[in-house]
Design a protein around this ligand. Structure first.
Ligand SMILES: Cc1cc2nc3c(=O)[nH]c(=O)nc-3n(C[C@H](O)[C@H](O)[C@H](O)COP(=O)(O)OP(=O)(O)OC[C@H]3O[C@@H](n4cnc5c(N)ncnc54)[C@H](O)[C@@H]3O)c2cc1C
Length: 348
């Protein structure tokens, strides 16, 4: 793994922009493209799939240590890669996948509503009509991130009671209107848009699967797996922040209820499990374990980012402080599909 190049990219193209990403909704597009250009996402260079997966998880984790917003963008991109990698569509695999993996274009995912649909929480928002040579799609997705003029993203639409189709769609498709969403408490640099589909024509060559009810099983493990390192990175950064101030004011932070050793032990346990599962060829059978780890990391990330606020005191309470940014960002992990309530439902 060429981690030194990753460190360079983080140092040059991410660290200097973190405050701008948080405070001015700056989208770190160059960094995201740089990850692909550096070869971290190439599935076609003979690398064993499980090693590639672990490498991608590591890149998300390292990114999240510095900026969870951008790590989330990377997750969006990885989700879109997953859809095409698992598809049988030759056009998408041969023409679009290389562009995405090499960072020439970027991808997103509008699958939050379909994931909730499959968990019995919502009806599908997008409807597809079969027409000559493809489908016509109508409906609205309230939030899709990592979008831009030359980006593509995954969608699922209902044809009828018995059939749902999945496609990837370019943002410049005719009939598709994007509206920027910038009023969140954090992650405004995530290039998030509402997407209105008005008679959007989806040709066959954009179709990822005609049988999503089965296909969803193939993408769910990687979809969830890639989210866990968002929390690993933020938790590690929060622990570092706690340790930075352990000697302040005569060491009185030692009396606080949450201490770094405890956070570190839980972080280590989750991290070990995650990388073990990422490298396991039997990954598709381990979704339940991934969902449990995903839930554990949400709670740990919330706990660690809250602890950093307690330990840092006044310095953390400043509007632009790193602990306060991480605290706000940590609430997004709670609300990212599968949300904490969605996970609790699935696991109970
Ligand atoms: C910053 C940010 C980025 C996101 N990025 C993505 C993404 O890339 N892809 C993706 O699929 N999802 C994305 N989401 C959605 C996310 O994954 C969760 O689904 C959502 O944050 C919370 O879901 P919830 O279960 O609390 O539903 P709620 O937010 O309570 O929503 C309940 C229902 O209302 C609908 N709804 C919510 N707001 C609107 C609206 N303004 N107009 C119309 N319907 C609405 C929802 O789709 C849902 O059906 C993003 C959310 C946020 C806050």
């Amino acid at each position: 793994m060429k981690m030194n190049r990753l460190e360079e990219l983080i140092h040059q193209d991410l660290k200097p922009y973190v405050r701008k990403i948080d405070a001015e909704a700056f989208y770190a597009e160059d960094y995201l493209k740089g990850i692909g250009e550096a070869g971290y996402l190439h599935s076609r260079n003979g690398l064993d799939e499980s090693i590639l997966l672990a490498q991608e998880v590591r890149v998300v984790e390292e990114t999240a240590k510095v900026c969870m917003t951008t790590a989330f963008n990377l997750w969006c991109h990885l989700a879109s890669l997953t859809y095409i990698r698992r598809s049988d569509n030759a056009y998408l695999k041969n023409e679009i996948l290389p562009l995405l993996e090499e960072g020439k274009i970027l991808g997103g995912t509008g699958l939050s509503n379909p994931m909730k649909y499959y968990a019995g929480l919502e009806v599908l928002h997008l409807k597809a009509k079969k027409v000559d040579g493809g489908y016509v799609v109508n409906g609205q997705l309230p939030s899709v991130s990592n979008l831009g003029p030359d980006h593509w993203f995954g969608i699922i639409a209902e044809v009828d009671e018995d059939q749902r189709v999945m496609a990837v769609v370019p943002c410049n498709a005719e009939g598709l209107t994007l509206k920027a969403k910038l009023e969140y408490m954090a992650v405004n640099g995530s290039a998030t848009f509402s997407c209105a589909f008005n008679e959007v024509r989806i040709p066959e060559k954009w179709i990822v699967s005609h049988d999503v009810d089965r296909f969803i099983q193939k993408i769910r493990p990687a979809f969830v797996l890639y989210q866990i390192p968002l929390g690993l990175g933020v938790t590690e950064a929060s622990i570092t922040s706690v340790r930075q101030v352990c000697n302040k004011q005569g060491g009185c932070n030692q009396y606080l209820p949450i201490q770094p050793d405890e956070l570190e032990a839980e972080l280590r346990a989750i991290r070990e499990e995650v990388y073990k599962i990422a490298k396991d060829p039997a990954l598709p059978e381990r979704v339940q374990e991934l969902l449990k780890l995903r839930l554990r990391i949400v709670y740990l990330t919330s706990k660690a980012s809250h602890a950093a606020m307690l330990h840092q005191g006044g310095a953390g309470y400043l509007q632009n402080s790193a602990p306060s940014r991480r605290l706000r960002e940590s609430y997004f992990l709670v609300n990212l599909t599968p949300t904490v309530k969605h996970l609790e439902k699935m696991l109970n």
